[in-house]
Design a protein around this ligand. Structure first.
Ligand code: AMP
Ligand code: MN
Ligand code: MN
Length: 327
């Protein structure tokens, strides 16, 4: 089964619902999860959200964010809804507790790489944000958006489309966004919280990482290390978004930000301009994502990670150039 009706049916039979999303959560992960939580609570369902990693400070303004925890699932829910996650791996440690409790797993996602790991799967890669899929689900649950629901869902729209700037921003998404504004969400406040709200520490880390900036054959990249983070008091999370900033460089077709994690693994965050596909590159290294934004975590040295990922990115850029020349 693969449609919103199957999801609505599963939810309408449930008394208690646990909502999960991916580790290292972004605005679509947290916004879609909290939006669904508030909608289910309006139906008097016992609903809560758990995540494997803390909510980033830029999303702390979302109503209900303070209730989210990563604690073990104490009471087995009837249904577990997994949002915006292409695989159980993407969810992190929490997923094991869910499979152990034997509840019905409902998988709602828009990653083209989704592994359909749920008992009920609704996968729509044409949707720019899972928050939009949740918005489409509301009428099937008999719920109209209130200001809380609208704020959470509009945040998912805004963050996954980088402020309505990605090519998958459709007229329908903008119409849905307008309806959420009419329901009480403040677009200006969401933009300010999500995008215009960096910590001084984060920018200091970026200053270190930008010292390592390299540019070759249309590929731009930086690295950041635990030593750089220690020097400014930053955490791993402060490296997020740097790849998005790097892609604003006019000469760059694709961008990569390499982060040596505290456990020694190397996380790479990839971004691409329209026409390039970094999801393909991430998938080769065991990761995933979308054509314009993807990521992977590699178990090798930083030098090996940079060497192999950058050469794959160069091949992606030159392959695209060859396509353009042929046509
Ligand atoms: P990031 O650069 O970490 O913000 O990730 C960009 C996109 O790639 C998001 O849609 C992530 O959900 C996805 N992504 C990042 N890392 C992974 C991974 N290890 N496996 C699957 N998807 C990933
Ligand atoms: Mn996400
Ligand atoms: Mn998403």
């Amino acid at each position: 089964m693969s449609d919103p009706k199957a999801v609505a049916e599963a939810l309408s039979r449930a008394q208690s619902v646990l909502i999960l999303s991916h580790a290292n959560p972004d605005g679509d992960a947290v916004g879609s999860a909290l939006g669904l939580m508030w909608a289910l609570r309006r139906r008097r369902v016992h609903a809560r959200v758990a995540l494997s990693d803390p909510v980033p400070p830029t999303l702390a303004f979302l109503p209900g964010a303070e209730e989210i925890d990563g604690a073990d699932v104490v009471d087995a829910p009837d249904v577990c809804v997994v949002l915006d996650s292409s695989s159980p791996n993407h969810v992190g440690d929490l997923f094991e507790h869910v499979t152990a409790c034997g509840c019905l797993i409902v998988n709602v996602d828009h990653h083209v790489t989704n592994g359909r790991f749920g008992h009920v799967n609704w996968i729509d890669p044409s949707s720019p944000a899972v928050a939009q899929m949740i918005y489409r689900l509301l009428p099937l649950l008999g719920i109209r958006p209130d200001p809380q629901i609208a704020t959470c869902l509009l945040t998912g729209f805004v963050t996954d489309t980088n402020g309505f700037s990605t090519p998958n921003t459709t007229p329908r998404l903008l119409r849905d966004a307008a309806e959420l504004m009419a329901a009480g969400a403040s677009l200006a406040e969401i933009m300010r919280q999500a995008f215009l709200n960096r910590s001084l520490t984060q920018v200091r880390l970026w200053a270190h990482a930008l010292q390592t900036l390299c540019f070759e054959e249309g590929v731009v990249w930086t690295v950041n290390t635990p030593a750089m983070r220690q020097a400014v008091g930053a955490t791993e999370r402060d490296s997020s978004d740097l790849s998005t900033f790097l892609l604003t460089i006019r000469e760059a077709h694709v961008a990569a930000s390499f982060t040596v994690l505290d456990d020694g693994r190397v996380k790479v965050s990839l971004r691409a301009k329209p026409g390039y596909n970094v999801a393909q590159v991430a998938a080769r290294f065991g990761g995933g994502g979308h054509p314009p934004a993807a990521g992977a975590t590699l178990e090798c040295s930083l030098d090996e990670a940079v060497e192999s990922v950058v050469s794959a990115l160069k091949a992606q850029v030159s392959g695209h150039t060859a396509e353009v020349k042929r046509s």
